[in-house]
Write a protein that binds this ligand. Structure first.
Ligand code: PMP
Ligand code: GLU
Length: 397
């Protein structure tokens, strides 16, 4: 008999990883699948970062690290925040974890109580509502469609806040839409939050470095809410280090202490070798970051152009990250070989089976009329994949 806890029974599996798994299974059968499902840079980790990790092994960084991370990494993070974002933090406000995912979950478990509300702008990244469920909180979704560049308005935020609201999770640059809030837009949201002193902002800035508007705008820059902002970031995306599992928060000290305590009972500090690699990422030559960002921007232009030629798709122009989130509602309700495509997830399955392109249905992101395509792959793959998608969509009647 299976006796899972209610907590686990309520949880949904990660749709991004599920689609990646399906894509890998088809690949293992010898099928030429182009995987645009899971979002991770296709670049390998820059050489100087890998060298630092090798050196860390030789230097015997084989022991437990302090729970909240090595002092040199916390210092490097503070310097990065100062130099890149003009933000002052002390090392005691930084907690390093096993990826930004753990950082986020630590924060949510640390501040959200049973039945407290967490406002999540939709489309959202798949894991936020699941983390809120783990904390026994309640997700409150506010939707912004493609016509608003998938960005919420201050009024929507104001309307969603209740006496039970504990936090807002804001992701910019956004997964899954690629949208980026401008400084003015963030300021307007901060001005709403200023009036609601019990509401915290979890600012997921993991795509900071993959930004085509010129400069990253952090939610922590506004003095009127600064003591209620928890910045979540890490090396996974900007430095092509998804497998190294290093993320961090910069937070009010009492929240940092709570996350550190939670982590101390749960996972301990993250990998010592990966932390040393992350120090090299932050303190070393940053030209790798620029080069990767430029490649992503070029690919963004390519995919926007190619998808824009497919009739029936509404295509957004992402300003960051490496996702595009076209609206495909016009194709829902159509059929292929008598089989009806009812949902965006059905459409993603159809594209996987017929076009051999893996993407993720918008349902998992709270946007049932859209699909997410990751363009963190070569120009050649992008061109081939979009041609296949176009041909497959044409077959639908
Ligand atoms: N936030 C968002 C919006 C993401 O897309 C990801 C990537 N999965 C994460 C957090 C987690 O990043 P990490 O791989 O460092 O855990
Ligand atoms: N951020 C990536 C994505 O959304 C990785 C998968 C995940 O962590 O869910 O595809």
């Amino acid at each position: 008999m299976e006796l899972l806890s209610a907590r686990l029974t309520a949880l949904s599996p990660s749709e991004t990883f599920a689609m990646a798994q399906k894509s890998n299974e088809l690949k293992a059968q010898g099928i030429d699948v182009i995987n645009m499902s899971v979002g991770e840079p296709d670049f390998t980790t820059p050489v100087h970062i890998k060298e630092a990790a090798k050196q860390a092994i030789d230097d015997n960084f084989s022991f437990y690290s302090p729970v909240a991370g090595f002092p040199d990494l916390k210092k490097a993070v503070c310097e990065k925040l100062k130099n890149e974002n003009d933000l002052e933090y002390t090392p005691a406000q930084i907690v390093v974890s096993g990826g930004a995912k753990q950082s986020l979950c630590n924060v949510i478990l640390s501040i959200v109580d049973k039945d407290e509300e967490v406002i999540i702008p939709a489309p959202y990244w798949v894991s936020y509502p699941e983390m809120v469920k783990l904390a026994e909180g309640r997700s409150v979704f506010i939707y912004a469609g493609i016509e608003k560049e998938f960005k919420i308005t201050p009024q929507q935020l104001e309307d969603a806040i209740t006496p039970r609201t504990k936090a807002l999770i804001l992701c910019s640059p956004s997964n899954p839409t690629g949208s980026v809030y401008t400084r003015d837009e963030l300021q307007a949201l901060a001005d709403v939050l200023e009036k609601h002193k019990n509401v915290y902002v979890v600012a997921d800035e993991i795509y900071e470095h993959i930004n085509y508007i010129g400069k990253h705008e952090s939610m922590a820059q506004f003095d009127n809410i600064r003591d209620r902002v928890i910045v979540v970031n890490g090396v996974s995306k900007g430095y092509a280090m998804t497998g190294w599992r290093i993320g961090w928060i910069a937070a009010p000290q009492w929240i940092a202490s709570a996350c550190s305590m939670l982590q101390g009972q749960y996972t301990s500090g993250p990998s010592s070798i990966s932390q040393k690699a992350a120090v090299a990422a932050y303190t070393g030559d940053q030209s790798c970051v620029t080069e990767m960002r430029e490649a992503f921007e070029r690919r963004r232009d390519l995919i926007v152009n190619l998808l824009g030629q497919i009739p029936g798709l509404k295509v957004n122009n992402p300003m960051g990250a490496f996702y595009i989130f076209p609206e495909c509602a016009g194709y829902l309700g159509k059929s292929y070989n008598g089989k009806k495509i009812n949902t965006a997830t059905d459409l993603a399955m159809y594209l996987l089976e017929v076009a051999h392109v893996a993407c993720v249905g918008g349902d998992a992101f709270g946007a049932p009329g859209c699909i997410r395509i990751s363009y963190a792959t070569s120009d050649e793959n992008i061109t081939k994949a979009i041609a296949r998608i176009a041909a497959a969509l044409e077959k639908l009647i």
